[in-house]
Design a protein around this ligand. Structure first.
Ligand SMILES: O=C(O)CCC(=O)C(=O)O
Length: 247
């Protein structure tokens, strides 16, 4: 479905809410305008193009535009605005039955040749109570597909509960420092092909992953934020306790 101005705060139909609960995810096409995304990509580039880089974004010179930038929403007002786009706020409120708060953000550069993330469930990394977490994954490239390392999901896998996670098995494809879901039927994985401005919402127990960016020259930038219901709390991660409202 396409978000229009009139339905930004209630973008989903009842069928789509039901589809999210059945599949564990829902894709909103053109949730964010391409102009805004171009401006945001330029802004993120400028952050690390400063000399010196701001303390919160500092990294080795050679890694300036690689992999991911953690929690820009905590330090950067443009990232906070992108975190609380009306269409995101509205979708989350419909899915959670109440307003959401943001607890984590990541800007992925995922440059050509860079690895993806092995299959996992987000709840494994971010325990929250009551369990209400949903991610919003915004595509920041004209095309995000199998070649440049799109997201893959196993529809309905959020109904399996939390599965054990262990060491990553395919280091050619995936980052080594994360953990991988064990016992999942990976033959059920499907790619989520997206265009600039599309936003994928997915449940904290949905098994998802991404592969290496195998393209020659196509980046796979994306902005991913994790939200919990406004009355919920992150329980174990001290670093993600702070909640950022969407209004
Ligand atoms: O975008 C990716 O490659 C992985 C993102 C992801 O798994 C997540 O945000 O939980």
């Amino acid at each position: 479905m396409i978000a229009t101005k009139s339905n930004l705060l209630t973008p989903l139909t009842e069928e789509q809410v039901a589809q999210f609960h059945k599949d564990g995810y829902i894709l909103i096409k053109k949730g964010c305008s391409p102009d805004l995304i171009d401006a945001y990509n330029g802004h993120i580039y400028d952050i690390r193009n400063q000399d010196p880089m701001p303390q919160w974004a500092a990294c080795e010179e050679s890694k300036k535009y690689t992999l991911r930038l953690f929690n820009p929403h905590k330090h950067d007002s443009f990232s906070r605005q992108m975190m609380k786009l009306p269409v995101i706020r509205g979708t989350l409120a419909q899915l959670m039955g109440r307003e959401a708060s943001c607890v984590q953000s990541m800007y992925f550069y995922k440059e050509p040749g860079s690895p993806g993330q092995a299959s996992h469930q987000d709840y494994y990394y971010i325990k929250n109570d009551p369990m209400t977490m949903i991610a919003a994954w915004t595509a920041l490239e004209d095309k995000v597909d199998e070649e440049n390392g799109c997201l893959w999901v196993i529809p309905g896998s959020h109904d399996l509960g939390l599965l054990p996670h262990g060491a990553v098995t395919n280091l050619e494809e995936h980052e080594s420092w994360t953990d991988e879901t064990q016992g999942a039927d990976l033959s059920k994985n499907i790619p989520v092909i997206m265009e600039k401005g599309d936003i994928l919402f997915f449940h904290e127990l949905l098994i998802h992953s991404s592969n290496k960016n195998r393209s020659q020259d196509r980046w796979r930038r994306s902005y991913v934020c994790h939200y919990i219901r406004e009355d919920a709390v992150v329980t174990l991660r001290e670093d993600l306790r702070e909640k950022y409202p969407l209004y």
